[in-house]
Design a protein around this ligand. Structure first.
Ligand code: MG
Length: 414
C-alpha cells in the first residue's frame, strides 16, 4: 500500500524572546519523508546556529542512510563549530526527527515511522482520537517521573523542567533514542519543541490535534494555543498525516518514488494568522481550556501535602547529582544557558549558571550583571523568585530587572 504524507510546519519566536532559536524540517530535504524539530540552546544567537546545523545535516540525509548516524554527525559538527568560534562556545540543540519507511509501492514492508530524539523536544502519535507520547524527554524532571518521584502533571509545572540531560553539542558521542512504530492510514504525528509542551497541557494538545481537519489547521492552532498559554519560549510544531494514496493517479508522478508529500511552506514569525485561528475555534478553546486547567490544579493540590518538602529536597539532591555527573564530563551545556537572579551586597544581581544550592556549592555560576537595584526596594511580588533563585533565560532575567526598574522609578507626572 502506498502512503501519502501530508505535513505542515509552523514556528514562532513567542511573546518574550527576540530570537527564534528553533529550526524545523518539513520534508524539504533529500529524503522527503523526513521531518524534524530542533530547539537550540546558547546565548547570542548560538542556539540558532546549533539548531540550524542539526537541520542542515538532516536535510542532506539520503533515504538509505542511518538517521541515528546523521544525528551523531550533527552532534560532531556542532561541537566543531563551537570550538572554532568563541561566541558559539557552549551552544547545543535538542532534536526530534521522524522518518517514514516502507510506505513506497516498491516495498512490501509494513509502513513504519522511525522517531529519533535527543533532549526534550517531543513526538506524539494521534491514533483513533487518542494521543500518546512517542518520546521520553532527556531531562531532569523526566528522570524523576521515570523513577516515580514526580507525576507527569507535576513535572510539567516543575520550575526545573527545562534542565535537559542530553543535547547535541555537549559531548563527542551522543546517545540517540529511537522508537520504530508501525503506522496506519489515519495516523497523525506531532513533533514539537518545549515552547508548545510547556505552555499547553498535554490533554489540550491532544484535543487540538484530534479536532484539526488537516495538518495546517492543527499546526496553526497549536502555535496559537502556546501563545495564549504565555508564549514564553520559541514554539515549533510539525504535524504529519498518514493518508492513503489518492485513488486517481497523481498528475505528475515521480520516477521511483510513490510517496507523495505536500511539505507546506514554513510559517514565518508573525505570519501565524492568530485572529483567523482564534476565530475558527473560539467556543471549543474557551470551554474545555478552563475545564482542563481546573482539573489539573485540583490534582496538584491533593498531592502537595506533607510529602512536598521531602520531594523538594529530593529534587534538589537529584539535581545536585546530575550536576556532579556534569562536572565529571564536559556537560556544562545547560548550566551555561541558565540564568537566575539573586541578592548580593544588598543589590540585585543576574547570575549565569546554576545556583550553588543545586550544585552542592560547586561554583557553576558567575556574576553576569550587577544592577543598582536595592534589595530593600524590591517589591514583594518579585522577591520570591529572587530569593529562590528561579532559573530563567537571560531574556527573562533582564525582563524582571526592567520591570523592577519600572516599579522603582515611576514616570514623573507633570
Ligand atoms: Mg525551547
Amino acid at each position: 500500500m502506498a502512503l501519502h504524507l501530508d505535513a505542515f510546519g509552523a514556528t514562532h519566536a513567542g511573546k518574550i524572546r527576540k530570537n527564534n532559536e528553533d529550526s524545523l524540517l518539513v520534508g524539504e530535504g533529500r529524503d522527503h519523508s523526513l521531518f524534524a524539530v530542533a530547539d537550540g540552546i546558547g546565548g547570542f544567537e548560538a542556539g540558532e546556529v546549533a539548531s540550524s546545523i542539526a537541520v542542515d545535516v538532516l536535510k542532506v540525509l539520503a533515504p538509505s542512510d542511518s538517521l541515528e548516524e546523521a544525528i551523531g554527525k550533527a552532534n560532531r559538527r556542532i561541537l566543531e563549530s563551537a570550538r572554532s568560534d568563541e561566541k558559539l562556545s557552549g551552544m547545543g540543540t535538542t532534536v526530534v526527527a521522524a522518518r517514514f519507511r516502507g510506505a513506497g509501492g516498491s516495498s512490501s514492508d509494513e509502513p513504519l515511522a522511525e522517531v529519533s530524539h535527543v533532549g526534550d523536544s517531543r513526538a506524539y502519535l494521534l491514533r483513533g482520537g487518542e494521543m500518546k507520547p512517542v518520546t521520553e524527554d532527556h531531562s531532569l524532571v523526566a528522570e524523576l517521573v521515570r523513577s516515580g518521584d514526580l507525576t507527569r502533571a507535576e513535572a510539567s509545572e516543575h520550575p526545573q523542567r527545562n534542565l535537559i540531560t542530553r543535547a547535541l553539542g555537549a559531548e563527542e558521542e551522543v546517545a540517540v533514542d529511537t522508537a520504530v512504530l508501525p503506522v496506519e492510514v489515519g495516523d497523525r504525528l506531532l513533533l514539537c519543541s518545549d515552547g508548545l509542551s510547556d505552555m499547553v497541557p498535554e490533554a489540550k494538545i491532544g484535543e487540538i490535534l484530534s479536532s484539526a481537519n488537516d495538518p495546517e489547521w492543527g499546526a496553526r492552532a497549536l502555535v496559537s494555543a502556546a501563545l495564549d498559554g504565555g508564549g514564553a519560549d520559541n514554539i515549533t510544531v510539525v504535524v504529519i498525516d498518514v493518508r492513503e494514496e489518492p485513488a486517481e493517479e497523481p498528475p505528475a508522478p515521480t520516477r521511483n518514488d510513490t510517496q507523495e508529500l505536500r511539505a507546506a511552506p514554513l510559517v514565518e514569525d508573525n505570519a501565524v494568522p492568530m485572529p483567523e485561528t482564534r476565530g475558527r475555534a473560539p467556543a471549543r478553546d474557551g470551554a474545555t481550556g478552563h475545564g482542563l486547567r481546573g482539573k489539573k490544579r485540583g490534582r496538584a493540590r491533593k498531592r502537595r501535602s506533607g510529602a512536598a518538602r521531602a520531594l523538594a529536597a529530593l529534587v534538589r539532591w537529584t539535581a545536585a547529582l546530575v550536576v556532579l555527573a556534569a562536572l565529571a564530563t564536559p556537560f556544562y551545556l545547560w548550566a551555561n544557558s541558565q540564568y537566575y537572579l539573586g541578592f548580593d551586597g544588598g543589590v540585585v544581581v543576574i547570575y549565569r549558571g546554576l545556583p550553588p544550592e543545586y550544585t552542592l556549592g560547586f561554583p557553576l555560576y558567575e556574576e553576569h550583571q550587577r544592577t543598582d537595584l536595592r534589595e530593600s526596594q524590591v517589591d514583594e511580588l518579585y522577591r520570591g523568585q529572587i530569593v529562590e533563585h528561579e532559573l530563567k533565560s537571560l531574556e527573562e532575567a533582564e525582563r524582571v530587572v526592567r520591570d523592577l526598574r519600572a516599579e522603582e522609578d515611576p514616570p514623573e507626572r507633570p
